[in-house]
Ligand binder design. Structure first.
Ligand SMILES: NC(=O)c1ccc[n+]([C@@H]2O[C@H](COP(=O)([O-])OP(=O)(O)OC[C@H]3O[C@@H](n4cnc5c(N)ncnc54)[C@H](OP(=O)(O)O)[C@@H]3O)[C@@H](O)[C@H]2O)c1
Length: 299
């Protein structure tokens, strides 16, 4: 099976390459630029995909508030062109979306069928992307994920470790709840769904929107505490976490207070069991400590 991944250097793209298990071809800028729709069709056609995974996105949540058109061009219009090109090549598409399509007011983990109401421009662009991708490719699965971190690129785990290397105490938001998700675990979800779509193109139950996050839940402050606990165990940087309310850490884009997503559907339909976020976290912390703070680990 040849999986063509749009995005090269992002957390998910790199995790898919690392997980492997299929022929993985990555396409990114400059050969494919989602802001330049004319680059998309020819590159995807030439790559002869069995399945396309769109791991590319405009992910700068706060910046999107000041450049919503750019977020829309990449996350909605560009994603739609990827889905259309996959359809032309006769390939299903796995597209990635976000918990930010919800406003976070629910008192339980969100189901796929719950009403959407994005709080900001990023969430709105991703929601439009879900709708355009679904319309452009009859064989599509949209995986909504959340709180993604990995040994690669910019993410919360790396930021916490970096801050802890110069500070004793770090203030972290304690009134938003979600499910931290390793991009490597997300890659496992994506690969399973991709295989199922290719193997059973007649099975309509495999298509549609699914939630794909780590098992369990935390606040950002609890997430930070778990990062520092593991880092301290292996001699990496750690700090005291000072829990603060969201109101004490204003950002251009509002975040949902409840980002929890139920994974019951993807487990039942696609047969993937989410990994406990605390278990998955260890590998990323260990790799980030080793790569970013060489020499700090105890032997
Ligand atoms: N990170 C999170 O916490 C989170 C949460 C919920 C949902 N998601 C979703 O999960 C998916 C994967 O996110 P991630 O964390 O892996 O993202 P990421 O690390 O920020 O990577 C984004 C990728 O998109 C590529 N890209 C951006 N603009 C592009 C353009 N105009 N044309 C082509 N490629 C472009 C980037 O390419 P370059 O390498 O060239 O810059 C990069 O490879 C995205 O759909 C995101 O919306 C992420």
């Amino acid at each position: 099976m040849r999986i063509v991944v749009i995005g090269k250097e992002g957390q998910l793209a790199r995790s898919l390459v690392e997980r492997g298990g299929a022929e993985i071809v990555t396409l990114g800028r400059p050969e494919i630029d989602l802001e330049k729709p004319e680059t998309i069709g020819p590159a995807i056609a030439a790559s002869a995909p069995d399945v396309v995974v769109n791991a590319a996105a405009y992910t700068a949540v706060d910046l999107a508030e000041s450049e919503p058109e750019r977020a829309r061009a990449i996350n909605a219009v560009g994603a739609s062109a990827v889905a259309e090109a996959a359809a032309k090549a006769g390939a299903p598409i796995v597209h990635i979306s976000t918990d930010y399509v919800f406003d976070g007011s629910a008192a339980r983990p969100y189901l796929e069928s719950d009403p959407v109401a994005p709080l900001g421009a990023y969430g709105a662009s991703k929601l439009e992307g879900e709708r355009l991708v679904t319309a452009a490719n009859g064989n599509s699965a949209i995986l909504r994920t959340a709180w993604v971190y990995s040994p690669f690129g910019k993410n919360f785990v790396r930021t916490m470790l970096r801050l802890a290397s110069t500070r004793d105490k770090i203030s972290v938001v304690a009134d938003q709840r979600g499910s931290p998700t390793s991009a490597l675990s997300l890659a496992d979800f994506v690969l399973a769904v991709a295989r199922n779509l290719v193997a059973s193109p007649e099975d309509a139950s495999l298509r549609g929107v699914f939630h794909a996050v780590g098992a369990g839940e935390a606040t950002w402050a609890e997430f930070a505490e778990a990062i520092f606990a593991r880092s301290a165990e292996i001699g990496g940087p750690s700090a005291i976490v000072e829990p603060i309310p969201t109101s004490a850490y204003p950002t251009p884009a509002a975040r949902p207070a409840n980002s929890r997503l139920s994974t019951e559907l993807i487990h039942r339909v696609h047969g993937v069991t989410p990994t406990d976020w605390r278990v998955a976290l260890v590998q990323s912390v260990d790799r980030l400590v080793a790569s970013d703070f060489p020499g700090t680990q105890s032997s």
